[in-house]
Design a protein around this ligand. Structure first.
Ligand SMILES: Cc1ncc(COP(=O)(O)O)c(C=O)c1O
Length: 148
């Protein structure tokens, strides 16, 4: 029997250059337009995106923000999290989770993790801590695509 094994093939996770080349005229025109108007905060493009995204999600409104950290802070504030509150999160979360909590004036509480378990376990521990100790909220984190 002969071996049919061939040389390993490298499959790139993303092909950013190819994606850019396919949309180059549109992307260049859009970036050039924003730069030309110095429209770095808000502006027509953001308003248009917010309208489109709200429609895509089937909700009345969508709000664009500058970063994921700001989005987390906004959600916490919308939930009424603030000074005197504690928010539980996995101890090995990304720093943005804790930063968003601190920005509201609340206190991040780090919940220990089982080194052999996935995030579901970490989140379960955060949930348990939130229920047991009266934390205002828990912040499940989905690191590296692991199920939350
Ligand atoms: C799990 C997680 N939460 C929050 C953030 C914050 O996003 P941003 O860097 O846009 O503030 C990141 C960024 O990598 C992240 O990985």
């Amino acid at each position: 029997m002969t071996s049919t094994r061939s040389a390993p093939t490298t499959i790139r996770f993303v092909a950013l250059r190819e994606q850019y080349e396919q949309l180059k005229p549109e992307i260049d025109a859009a970036v050039s337009s924003v730069l030309g108007r110095s429209a770095y905060i808000g502006g027509a493009e953001v308003a248009e995106f917010e309208r489109w995204f709200a429609g895509y999600c089937g909700v009345p409104h969508a709000l664009g923000v500058a970063s994921g950290t700001t989005a987390l802070e906004l959600v916490l504030r919308a939930l009424g999290v603030g000074p005197g509150d504690e928010v539980a999160m996995p101890v090995n979360t990304f720093i943005a989770t804790a930063a968003a909590v601190v920005m509201t004036g609340a206190r991040p509480v780090f919940v220990d993790v089982d080194e052999h378990q996935q995030s579901r376990s970490r989140d379960a521990r955060a949930r348990d801590r939130a229920q047991d100790e009266g934390d205002r909220a828990r912040a499940p984190v989905r690191p590296s695509g692991a199920d939350a």
